[in-house]
Design a protein around this ligand. Structure first.
Ligand code: BGP
Length: 489
């Protein structure tokens, strides 16, 4: 009973949200380096050229690039079994299509993984977490060009070979389903931005770039193929590799028990969650996908490329990993009262409370989601690789932070995970909370919205000395891991 032995407790971050050092060690620009800071009411602007004297959060972020030893030691102190991080593609291939990888970039991650080992931590590596070399965006329009499939596979293969024996757990693309949303093209690893926006000096929020569903969905298809080829190559290089997909799971309830709302919720789940899940776990488009794509006026012939379909079947993932933060409701009518999120929006649920960013807190929804996933993908190991609470934290003079609200949020989710394992027999293998150390928010670019167990002295106006301190939740999580999820009150 309870969490299985060897359960992967830990935390998660992404390179562009924590590393900084954006041009150090031979790194090239990445698409994330082109995003300015925003807030809950001010969207992040996408700038096709870097402007002097303007604050771009990823450029310094929390300076993990120079603090990694200290940070990983703190994760070790908490007892992490697993640390989810991403490799920044543009540190390894600064232009994406370079002949040879950048040795300094490869060495940086060698050092990071060695440090993990020293602290008894298993790395879980995302190959592309909302990141693609900027040169690939400008030269190829991201994954819209099939040449980028090969470039990605070359990058992934370089990493598999270099880190063989050091890294066993891998994810291909973070929240790949973000590309289903307009604006998701630039925002996630698909890197699809059309020429007009690249030339446009009048900047726009990333989700208001010109949308071209044909290009975006074809690029996503190419990403699926790249992911499958990567899984296949990863297994060939090291049969011990365990490679997963990463889906932003949007848990949707019907707004009422009206059959129309029921169908609307099912349709949303199929569209946003199940297309991408099925592509990775079953290696095929689900039957409803084509008509959904056609409803956007898309020519769907790319969905019938026989060679691609074979690749997809040969490259199914070993585990289904996902992010879970909240749930929302769906109605057949337009929602009256919308709730927040950084990718998608839905109706408010009167039974749930929300964070100041409007993210509805729903621990039971996590149990529901785990059950849904183990029904849909029987015997596929599941892992929650993001879950957490973005809040405004106050650091006291002695460096402490009393974040009882975060402890409550996490404890309630851990309880539901335990029920899903004990009562429902869900094959859950791990849990990495999001933003185990404060970092830049992907959605708003803020430091003000904090997730960590570790407070980082860095603010949105660029002030702060980057010093780290332990929050109350740090000690709570340590206890939770030590007791394998038993001592959480
Ligand atoms: C997910 C992303 C993460 C992370 C998280 C929290 O969608 O994969 O990169 O940032 O959401 O979102 P935010 O940073 O917008 O609060």
């Amino acid at each position: 009973m309870g969490f299985p032995k060897g359960f992967l407790w830990g935390g998660a971050v992404a390179a562009n949200q924590c590393e900084g050092g954006y041009l150090e060690g031979g790194k090239g620009l990445s698409c994330a380096d082109m995003l300015k800071g925003g807030s809950v009411s001010k969207p992040r602007m996408f700038s096709p050229v870097i402007e002097e004297g303007v604050y771009y959060p990823s450029h310094q972020a929390i300076d993990f690039y120079h603090h990694y030893k200290e940070d990983i030691a703190l994760f070790g102190e908490m007892g992490f079994k697993c640390y989810r991080l991403s490799i920044n593609w543009s540190r390894i291939f600064p232009n994406g299509d370079d002949e040879e990888p950048n040795e300094e970039g490869l060495k940086f991650y060698d050092n990071v993984f060695d440090e993990c080992k020293k602290n008894g931590i298993e790395p879980l590596v995302t190959l592309s977490h909302y990141e693609i070399p900027w040169a690939i965006v400008t030269k190829y329009h991201g994954f819209r060009d099939r040449k980028v499939i090969d470039l990605f596979v070359k990058y992934a293969t370089t990493c598999f070979k270099r880190y063989k024996g050091k890294v066993k757990y891998w994810l291909t693309f973070n929240e790949i389903n973000a590309a289903l949303m307009p604006g998701g093209g630039a925002y996630n690893g698909v890197g699809y931005v059309i020429e007009e926006d690249l030339q446009n000096t009048e900047q726009r929020p990333v989700n208001q770039l010109i949308d071209d569903p044909q290009g975006r969905l074809e690029a996503l298809h190419n990403e699926f193929v790249a992911s499958a080829l990567t899984v296949k190559a990863g297994h060939e290089i090291d049969p011990d590799n365990m490679i997963g997909c990463m889906i932003a799971h949007l848990t949707v309830y019907p707004a009422t028990c009206s059959p129309d709302d029921m169908l609307a919720a099912q349709r949303e789940d199929d569209f946003f969650n199940n297309i991408c899940g099925d592509m990775h776990v079953r290696g095929e488009y689900p039957p409803f996908a084509e008509n959904i794509y056609k409803s956007y006026g898309v020519d769907t012939s790319f969905m019938h490329n026989e060679e691609d379909m074979k690749i997809l079947k040969e490259g199914v993932v070993d585990m289904y990993t996902f992010s879970y933060y909240m749930s929302m409701t769906k109605s057949a009518k337009p929602a009256q009262d919308e709730t927040g999120g950084n990718l998608s929006f839905g109706g408010k649920n009167p039974y749930l409370k929300a964070t100041p960013w409007g993210w509805q807190i729903d621990p039971e929804g996590l149990r529901w989601t785990l059950n849904k996933l183990s029904d849909r993908y029987p015997h596929t190991p599941l892992m929650i690789v993001e879950n957490g609470m973005g809040m405004i934290d106050k650091k006291e003079e002695d460096g402490s932070v009393h974040d009882g609200y975060r402890i409550d949020y996490l404890r309630d989710h851990v309880k539901q995970m335990k029920l899903a394992i004990d009562e429902d027999n869900v094959p859950l293998i791990g849990y990495t909370t999001w933003g185990c150390i404060d970092l830049v928010s992907a959605g708003t670019g803020e430091m003000y919205k904090r997730y960590g167990f570790i407070y980082v002295d860095r603010n949105d106006d660029g002030t702060g000395d980057f010093s780290r301190s332990r929050k109350d939740s740090f000690f709570w999580y340590k206890k939770c891991i030590e007791s394998n999820g038993e001592d959480i009150d």
